[in-house]
Design a protein around this ligand. Structure first.
Ligand SMILES: O=C([O-])CC(=O)C(=O)O
Ligand SMILES: [Mg+2]
Length: 220
């Protein structure tokens, strides 16, 4: 058997751990309270979709939102990783979308129910190709952007994160052991908005990477 290649980490069936409300401007636009600790939720590996395949609107939602996020790919697993060692556990990055059925999420929030239907459906995690660590020397200070049909909707810098990447790796690994191939979505800046069938999404990280996805409505 040949060694697995981290550049296809999404095929490994590992965890996708998402951080919510990590940018104050996005917390404000959705009228949420600023968190005092990271807010975590999960997506299953079946949520992954790569370029060339469409994002599918879940049949039960009529308000699917894009959230552009920096994804951190774990290269070396660990439990209770210290903040000072955290970056040694990173293999690289991926540009990610945390696709969110906002109508369902609002309903779940009002009923005190978990966000699974809003966040974890098939194709809820579009990702770019793997970005080796060296290509983003300072992940705490890069600009992420997203356009819908050529219109700029999101443009935010990771320097605005409330909880830094080393803090998140340390915090998460005390609760959930991190493994090689896991992905951490670090939260979205402001500008989230609805997408429709046939929309074309383009997103990028400065001059490092861009990615393109089409939206299709899922058949019932
Ligand atoms: O659904 C939300 O607004 C929480 C979230 O994922 C984020 O802030 O990135
Ligand atoms: Mg998000």
């Amino acid at each position: 058997m040949t060694a697995r290649n981290i550049s296809r980490f999404w095929e490994w069936g590992r965890k996708i751990i998402c951080v919510g409300r990590n940018y104050a401007d996005h917390v404000k636009e959705l009228k949420n309270a600023l968190p005092t600790e990271p807010i975590l939720f999960l997506k299953p590996p079946s949520a992954y979709v790569t370029e060339g395949s469409p994002i599918l609107v879940p049949f039960y939602s009529s308000n699917l939102h894009h959230e552009v996020e920096l994804g951190v790919v774990i290269g070396k697993g660990g439990t209770a990783i210290s903040q000072s060692n955290a970056m040694d556990h990173v293999a690289g990055y991926a540009l990610c979308l945390d696709m969110t059925a906002r109508d369902i999420q609002e309903d779940c929030k009002s009923k005190g129910l978990p966000w699974t239907l809003a966040k974890a459906f098939n194709t809820s995690c579009p990702i770019s190709e793997f970005i080796p660590k060296e290509r983003i020397p300072d992940p705490g200070n890069v600009t992420l952007w997203l356009k819908v049909n050529d219109q700029l909707r999101q443009n935010g810098c990771t320097a605005q994160m409330i909880f830094s990447i080393p803090f998140l790796i340390s915090y998460i690994s005390k609760i959930i052991t991190l493994e090689e191939g896991d992905l951490i979505l670090t939260g979205t800046p402001k500008g989230v908005s609805a997408v429709q069938e046939h929309d074309e999404l383009q997103a990028g990280i400065e001059d490092v990477i861009t990615m393109n996805f089409k939206v299709n409505r899922k058949n019932q």
